[in-house]
Write a protein that binds this ligand. Structure first.
Ligand SMILES: [Fe+2]
Length: 308
């Protein structure tokens, strides 16, 4: 596509009046592109492509996209591709910051009875986290204020789920995940299994807000529109059991300075929990000596049945 130097962008306005003849030209193109998928034998793929084309053309026509804006969009996607590698995933950031990740989660994890709600997975899960004993410590030297996390895992009838696998991971007080410091490092993340009565507890860190990686095109987009790159403070959970639907979620401290302004729209009312601040040298649930302040939170997890 060539740039039209006399385009309406330079004139500071967009031509929105469309004659019947022009509308017919535009609609004929949409129909031609839709028809190009007629022979597609994979009906789901055909549905996806036809809908994508209709919405994409609907967007282009609604905003009367200029050629310069089209070129800007192509350059943006090109930069997103160039910065993406095994560790940095700019397209997930883009999906997250446009709410597309959260909407996909909403659609695929619909409310089931009293089951705990899901939220975004995020880009910092790693599959090979260390295993800790229940009651153990996930911190492994990451900086931050200690936080005692406790709760139960049950089914929607309240029956305890023994041996449920709980994966937990979080940023440290500098707002960094272990893998951002060193790809081989594992800290402030672990997995553990619930006791026979479905209970669990462990030491982690009091969550703090952190920015999503904002030195790339997504960061530039957020800055251009006046949005913060900060995520609400949170602690990630992934909880699985053979008889249950796997839950991917976070908990968020109440009173968080970012809260509902979370840049990936992950906050849900039911996931906001009270992190009770504890004075320095106060006794801890497991008798561990903690020099400074610490916090504690309870998170009772309810899993929907498998296949729900
Ligand atoms: Fe996170």
């Amino acid at each position: 596509m060539s740039t039209n130097p006399g385009s309406d962008v330079e004139n500071g306005h967009v031509q929105r009046e469309v004659s019947p003849e022009q509308r017919a030209v535009e609609e004929r193109l949409v129909a031609n592109v839709v028809a190009s998928f007629d022979a597609c034998e994979d009906l789901r793929l055909k549905e996806l492509m036809v809908s994508l084309v209709k919405h994409l053309h609907g967007f282009i026509r609604e905003v009367r996209l200029t050629e310069r804006e089209w070129e800007t969009a192509i350059a943006f996607l090109t930069r997103a591709g160039h910065i993406t590698d095994d560790v940095r995933q700019e397209f997930i950031l883009l999906s997250d910051t446009l709410g597309a990740s959260m909407q996909t989660i909403n659609i695929n994890n619909q409310a089931y009875a009293n089951a705990t709600e899901a939220t975004v997975f995020g880009p910092f899960f790693v599959a090979d986290s260390p295993e800790i004993e229940v009651g153990g410590d996930i911190v492994f030297g990451a900086p931050g204020e200690p936080c005692w996390v406790e709760g139960t895992v049950t089914d929607t009838d309240g029956k305890p789920l023994a041996g449920a696998r709980i994966e937990v991971w979080e940023a440290d007080e500098d707002g960094l995940y272990d893998v951002q410091r060193d790809a081989a490092k594992r800290a402030a993340r672990a997995h553990l299994f619930t006791r026979e009565d479905g209970s669990y507890d462990f030491w982690g860190l009091t969550p703090t807000p952190y920015p999503i990686p904002n030195d790339g095109p997504v960061g530039q987009m957020l800055e251009a529109v006046g949005r913060s790159p900060l995520r609400a403070s949170h602690l990630h959970f992934m909880v699985s059991h053979e008889n249950a639907r796997t839950l991917v979620t976070h908990i968020f401290p109440d009173g968080d300075p970012i809260g509902w302004k979370d840049t990936v729209f992950g906050v849900k009312e039911s996931l906001i929990k009270t992190f009770e601040r504890q004075p320095a040298q106060s006794p801890t649930p497991d008798g561990r000596a903690v020099e400074g302040t610490w916090s504690r939170v309870r998170f009772d997890i309810v899993l929907a049945p498998a296949g729900a």
